[in-house]
Design a protein around this ligand. Structure first.
Ligand code: GLY
Ligand code: MN
Length: 437
């Protein structure tokens, strides 16, 4: 067995254990998960790029729609592989993938055949988007409680999953290095994006999310999607881009400055690099992620004071909410099959919600940090006119240096993002070994 196959065997053993536990807790006898059906654009015959049901991907890296997985405690899982004859789209043969030994593999030439192969299953739940067929088959459709249990277990990554994220990091790091070189050579956003995908060896729809390639002021739009061809020789590049391996994502952001960038903004970027590394250093089990987020605000507020953007100290700034217009998003999120992975706001396997505090509505994880979690640490500092505007007139207006804010607004923003695995005593930074700066 290869090392990957061994890791995968352990991953599947853990899936068997946690799924049996979840089914027991919800009173179901079996679980059917489909890889899902494609989404066809309205009034069109074109499909969106296919994303498998994440719960299916958690078990099996087989790409494509309509496969069915049947999990029954005490039995080897069944994989009914949808394998039609087709002259429109390529249907690659299964071959001999490292993961196939985990399943009783059957093949079905049509969707109807796949579902008819299910047979009688006592009290089975279904997860996926082929709900009409699942309803006909008498399955319990996407039950919330079972989904919550399965989501909860998805936050503890197996060594196999970490290996996938590691590989996705190696690919993304290649892209980031090429993007940096293109930026320093004066490239446009589109050219920088192309440099990234060429070096990564991927096409756009293989990315886990649309790349954010923002020159100058566009860095202040958190999920900027444009790819301008009209701007060259940017002073600042904010690039947020990842890669995907066997369904698992990396999610990496860097902010780079060109030699002609305003030195006051370049100093903020250097300060944020230091803050991001300090925050990563704090990551260890038992720390509430919300406390790490708070530490992020305190440190960013200190940087704002050092630079003269704010005229009050960090404690006062955070208490009065003055760091929030500069850093409006959460410090990070779980990472896995989904870029913003599940169960970050879940307090227990049964789905008990743990919402973010009202002053930090965009915080995506309120969990206590625990061994096996993989999440991002991505502090930011932006000049976002719509968020700063109310402060120009309110009781806090004297706490800001508005001339300096106006001078730096064309530089956009800063975000620096690494992916961390929590270990028994601390963490492993998955990103820095491949992309040190
Ligand atoms: N990579 C984009 C985000 O984390 O929201
Ligand atoms: Mn992220």
């Amino acid at each position: 067995m290869t090392e990957l196959a061994t890791l995968y065997a352990h991953h599947i053993a853990e899936r068997q254990r946690t799924t049996a536990e979840a089914l027991e807790a919800t009173g179901h006898g079996a679980l059917v998960i489909s890889s899902g059906k494609v989404y066809t654009h309205f009034a069109d015959d074109q499909d969106a790029p296919f994303h498998p049901t994440p719960h299916f991907a958690h078990w099996c890296p087989l790409p494509g729609p309509h496969h069915l997985l049947v999990v029954q405690p005490g039995h080897r899982p069944r994989l009914i592989r949808y394998a039609p004859e087709d002259f429109w789209y390529e249907q690659a043969p299964l071959g001999d993938p490292f993961w196939a030994a985990a399943f009783e593999v059957e093949e079905a030439g049509s969707v109807e055949e796949a579902w008819s192969r299910l047979g009688a299953l006592g009290n089975a739940a279904y997860i996926g988007n082929e709900t009409d067929r699942a309803c006909e088959a008498g399955l319990d459709l996407n039950p919330d409680l079972l989904t919550a249990h399965l989501n909860w277990h998805r936050t503890a990554k197996s060594d196999y999953e970490v290996c996938c994220i590691d590989e996705a990091t190696v690919i993304a790091a290649r892209g980031h290095k090429a993007a940096r070189a293109a930026f320093l050579a004066g490239a446009t956003e589109l050219e920088i994006h192309h440099a990234y995908v060429v070096a990564a060896g991927i096409v756009d729809h293989e990315m886990p999310y649309g790349s954010i390639v923002a020159l100058n002021e566009k860095g202040a739009t958190l999920h900027y999607e444009g790819k301008r061809t009209s701007v060259r020789n940017g002073a600042v590049l904010l690039i947020d881009a990842g890669a995907q391996v066997r369904g698992y994502a990396s999610d990496i952001t860097r902010t780079l400055v060109a030699p002609h960038c305003d030195s006051r903004f370049a100093a903020l970027v250097a300060g944020m690099e230091r803050i991001e590394l300090e925050l990563c250093d704090l990551v260890k089990p038992a720390l509430p992620y919300g406390d790490l987020h708070h530490q992020g605000h305190l440190r960013i507020a200190a940087l704002l004071q050092e630079s003269g953007l704010l005229k009050v100290g960090p404690e006062e700034a955070v208490e009065k909410g003055l760091s929030r217009p500069f850093f409006p998003h959460g410090l990070g999120h779980h990472l896995g099959i989904q870029v913003h992975d599940v169960a970050g706001r879940q307090g227990a396997p049964d789905g008990t919600p743990t919402p973010p505090p009202p002053q930090h509505p965009f915080l995506r994880t309120t969990r206590t940090i625990d061994e096996g979690q993989v999440f991002t640490v991505e502090p930011g500092l932006y000049f976002i006119p719509m968020l700063l505007r109310p402060f120009r007139e309110n009781e806090h207006k004297g706490a800001f240096d508005w001339a300096l804010i106006d001078a730096l607004t064309p530089c956009g923003g800063i975000r620096i993002e690494d992916n961390l695995l929590v270990t028994a005593t601390g963490h492993r930074n998955l990103t820095r070994p491949h992309l040190p700066d």
